[in-house]
Design a protein around this ligand. Structure first.
Ligand code: CMC
Length: 390
């Protein structure tokens, strides 16, 4: 058709206008609603940034207090939904559990999930922000065979989540301010990244009129893949494999350059950043700080730094402008906090949830929105007759 241009991977095609996040990939700049990521990571909280993304400006102290309070009081999962977890194998990957349980969440709110009803949308925004971390923590608990804990609404968003994961001895469990602040920072860094694959998925699903639960569940599935959010898990697996195999870092990099068995340097490269990912810079600083403060020495962090150093000085990576992305250093921090590798991508999902919700809402409120429906160039067979047909 004369109007269709072919664009594999949407490298050149904008599907929407958006006022939420600005990225300059050449300069390595990232801003949410105009605020530099560095400033938000320093002083803000996950929920404050979530409000900013959703509503366009920072909340007043009263708005934030009220919202935070509501989110604390929407954390409980229906007891029936808790039983849903027991129908899945304990070996299930927490990302699969997360997307399945998020889709299942919608069954409790049928009749209260009309995308055109602003009260429903606001309430389900709160429900999702409150319950996704609980679901993720239960996916973790299930995978290690421990009991689910009740959320504690006296705790902050981040502390509640940490306690749900690690507070199996609730009476001796102590909030650790170092871990709390580090996790808050990491979540902020993940909150939005404009039209990445999972956000585009949320928009595409939402453009059909699907509700927030269905759209977000689809986003979680899109995030799962190793080229997207699954990269944080893949980085740690890669580092552990190099360590365990005894292969030198130089030799591993050679194999990446030769594209042997399709091996890639996970946590490197980005569709938009052709410069150091500004988030990776902040994560790298955090990795040093957090491991030092927690008194952890992890040889995998040294290995990651060695890999980065070699790659940044190598022509293959220079010519292609491949730099560490947000996923390169997060895993060593999550590991030091006590999360198993398979929880890394669920942590990304919790981080990205506000962005997904903000984009879903922006799309919903945009009068220009149409159902998403890409074109194709047909290259198949011409018309032919089924045997015996006349
Ligand atoms: N290791 C080795 N070579 C790479 C890598 C890598 N990580 N990334 C890109 N390249 C090469 C690629 O093979 C190609 O080389 P050539 O021109 O010889 O064919 C060239 O660089 C251009 O890459 P591309 O595949 O066209 O780039 P893209 O924009 O389509 O893909 C990407 C971006 C992020 C999928 C890719 O860089 C990648 O697979 N990285 C590893 C996975 C990863 O870390 N993903 C996390 C992304 S950031 C956070 C998130 O979204 O979750």
């Amino acid at each position: 058709t004369g109007h269709t241009s072919l664009d594999y991977g949407f490298v050149n095609t904008a599907a929407t206008k958006s006022a939420i996040t600005y990225i300059d990939g050449d300069e390595g700049i990232l801003r949410y609603r105009g605020y530099p990521i560095e400033q938000l990571a320093q002083g803000s909280t996950y929920l404050e940034v979530a409000w900013l993304l959703l509503y366009g400006n920072l909340p007043t102290a009263d708005q934030l207090g009220d919202w935070d309070d509501k989110i604390r009081h929407h954390t409980l999962l229906h007891e029936d939904l808790k039983r849903f977890f027991s129908s899945l194998p304990h070996t299930a990957h927490p990302m699969s559990v997360l997307s399945a349980a998020t889709a299942a969440l919608s069954t409790y709110y049928e009749g209260q999930s009309d995308p055109n009803n602003p009260e429903h949308v606001e309430l389900n925004t709160i429900r999702l922000l409150a319950k996704l971390p609980v679901i993720a923590a239960y996916a973790h608990k299930k995978s290690i065979g421990q009991a689910f804990l009740y959320p504690d609404n006296t705790l902050s968003f981040v502390d509640n989540f940490l306690k749900l994961n690690f507070g199996n001895l609730a009476e001796v469990y102590q909030v650790n301010p170092v871990t709390s602040r580090a996790l808050e920072r990491l979540l902020i860094l993940h909150e939005d990244h404009e039209q990445n694959a999972s956000t585009s998925t949320v928009r595409l699903v939402g453009s059909t009129g699907a509700n927030q639960f269905s759209s977000i569940s689809a986003g979680i599935n899109a995030l799962y893949g190793p080229l997207h959010g699954g990269a944080n898990e893949a980085v740690l697996d890669m580092l552990a494999r190099i360590r365990d195999s005894g292969e030198s870092v130089e030799r591993f990099v050679e194999r990446v350059k030769n594209k042997e068995d399709g091996v890639k340097l996970m946590g490197f490269g980005h569709r938009v950043y052709k410069n150091y990912d500004p988030r990776a810079k902040l994560v790298k600083e955090s990795a040093d700080e957090v491991l030092t403060e927690l008194g952890v020495h992890d040889p995998l962090l040294d290995l990651a730094k060695e890999l980065e150093e070699i790659a940044l000085n190598d022509d293959y990576f220079r010519e292609r402008r491949l730099y560490p992305n947000v996923d390169f250093y997060t895993g060593v921090i999550y590991k030091a906090m006590g999360f198993p590798t398979r929880m890394f991508t669920p942590l990304f999902a919790i981080g990205r949830l506000p962005g997904w919700l903000a984009h879903w809402t922006e799309m919903q409120n945009d009068p220009q929105t149409k159902i998403g429906r890409p074109q194709q160039l047909y290259v198949g067979s011409g018309a032919r007759d089924y045997p015996g047909a006349s």
